[in-house]
Structures are given as structure tokens and as C-alpha cells.
Design a protein around this ligand. Sequence first.
Ligand SMILES: *Cc1c(COP(=O)(O)O)cnc(C)c1O
Length: 374
Amino acid sequence: MDDVTRLLQSTLTEAKQGTPIHAGPVFASPFHAIGDPSGAEYTYARAHNPTWTELEGALSGLEGGGQVEVHSFVFPSGMAAIAAIFGSVLRPGDVAVLPSNAYYAARQLMKHYFTEMGIVLRMAPTANNAQGALLEGATLLWLETPSNPTMEICDIAALCEQAHKAGTLVAVDNSTQTPLSQKPLLMGADFSVASDAKSMSGHSDILYGHVAVRDAALAEKIQMWRRLMGGILGPMEAWLALRSLATLPLRLERSSANAMKIAEFLQTRKDVTDVLYPGLESHPDHALAARQQKYFGAVLSFTLRDAKTANKFLAAAKLITEATSFGSVVTTGERRARWGGDVVAPGFVRLSAGCEMVEDLISDIAQALDTLKR
Ligand SMILES: *Cc1c(COP(=O)(O)O)cnc(C)c1O
């Protein structure tokens, strides 16, 4: 069965006369627990909730592609999910290998907490599988591909093979791709982790994240971390997440197709440089992306002359909502260097294509670029 069909089927409840066909949110702190609680499916909501069970079932189906058993755990944000892996795997003296261009907050978390507690941090860029040279004696290899916002790609399967030979666990931050498009666990990764506030939820209204694993012992570690640290996803958000997940295939297909056409258009403009999108044949790792991803994704980036020009462009583009983050149903964009943290030019713009009609997006981008000449 195709992923898309399985995903939609996984959002249905068991067919029982007169009951809703999709599950609603279950609001509870304690559950009825009478006498010996050992057989009770649910006892206290910091440990489990039926709405998580529904969402995690759908996530596991996507992550494993119906081919392997997967355990998924939802968290209240992508960072909470990332922290669960760092915290349950790394101990003082261990070596962690991160991309030097990894998501900024992940690098900050490692630097401000974990290295201070004795974790040794090694970093190399995503491009050219450069992290592979730093694996000796490492406990954890962290990958993020395509990297954000500069769209560098690494070979997940090749790096997993190399890491496992060195006795190193591998985690892939899959936020930009989603497990519909790229399946780290089927390429050998031990952990697939994501911020699902992006394409996975897609409506810019919730934060959540998840960790998925195949190994039962690693699953137990992640579950224990969540139960004991106590940062959990509310049932309302879990329900919204499940509802949004059903349209992921439609949204990702449309936004990826739109991103491709926008990238091709931007390449024709003399006032735009460095159009970065894995779907373009000019991208250095286009072939690898085509092999490893089902979609090239919603996110692309390009560079305008300077900060002032980029700001003027964003102000003139009526269909680009200026906001950070990506993966929304509407097109969003921002001048990345306004935050610091990423090594990008002052005029570097990250764009996340939405699901609008692409002709409208392209004519809007064209008119906004034309205002820069004046
Ligand atoms: C957004 C993002 C995160 C952090 O997720 P939050 O849900 O904001 O905590 C981590 N990694 C990547 C690649 C992201 O884009």
C-alpha cells in the first residue's frame, strides 16, 4: 500500500456503530484506575494519552513505511524532541558530532548545557559528508539534510554505515523533509527526529515534535525521558496535529512543485544570485537529493544585493508573509541574517513556498523584484 493511503487509513478509528470515524481529543489527567493498575492502558496523562496514541500510530506508519516496526514519541516542540535524544544518549566524556550548520537552537543547547556537563562536541559542515571524518570514538552522529537554510545535502545511508562501523548512533533531524518524503529509519538511522511545527502540521498554529526509533531499548529510553522530564504535548495540540497530518501529502506535493517553479524562475533573474534548491540541476547534490528524498521540499533560498534590497523586496511582495519558520500552507519568507546565528550574506532570503496558485506567486515575486530597480 502506498504511504499516502496508509497515512489516511491510520487516522480512522475502529469501525464501531455510531462512533466518530476520527478520534477527538481526550482531556484527562488521571484515568480510572481501580485496584491493580498493571493492566490499565492509561493511568496518568504525563505518561500516556489516547490522543498521543492515535498521532504516534500515524507517525510510526509514515516513519517505517509499513515495512518495519517503529516506536514514535510526541513532544511539545522540536527542541523538546531533540533534547530527549541528547539527554537520554549522552553521558560525560561522550563525543557528539553535529553539523556546523545544524539548526541554531540545537547547537546552542549542545554548547550551553551538554558541553558544560562534559560532552565533547565535534562539528563539520553537512556538505560532502564531512562529518564522516569525525566519527572515531563518537557516541552520537547528528545529521540534518537538507540543512537549513543553505540546503546542503549529505548521504544518510552512507554515513549511517560508516557510523555503525565506528559504534556510533545516528540521529537525523528530518524537519525540512518530513518522513513522507525522506525515511531516515529505513536508511539505517537509529533516531528520526523532527520539529513538526513546520510542514508536518502546516498551518502555523501549533508547535510539536517527535522522535521515532526502531530499537526497543532506545524507545524505552526516550519514553522514560519524556515521562520523567515532564514536558508533554497537550491533547488539543495532538488532535490538531493528527487532523493536519492527513493533508500532508497534498500540501507537500503542492508546495514542493511551487518551490521548484519559483526556483526556476529566480534563476532567470539577473538581480538574484545563489538560488539554492535541491530540485535544481545546478544544485551540487541534486542527484543525491533525488535518490534520497521523494520531494525536493517547500524551502528554497536566494541572495539579493544587500540587506536593504532584501528588506525592500519582502515589503513589496504582497503574497510573501514575512515570518520565520517554514512549511506553511501560505508562502512565507524572511531575510535570514536579521537573526544572526547562520553564516549567510546580508541579502540572503529564505522562502517557504505555500499552496497558492504558482502563477500568482511568480507574478508577485516578479513585480517585487522589479521595484528594486527603481
Ligand atoms: C524549527 C526546527 C527545529 C526546532 O523545532 P521547534 O519546534 O521550534 O522547537 C529543529 N530543527 C529544525 C531543522 C527546525 O527547522
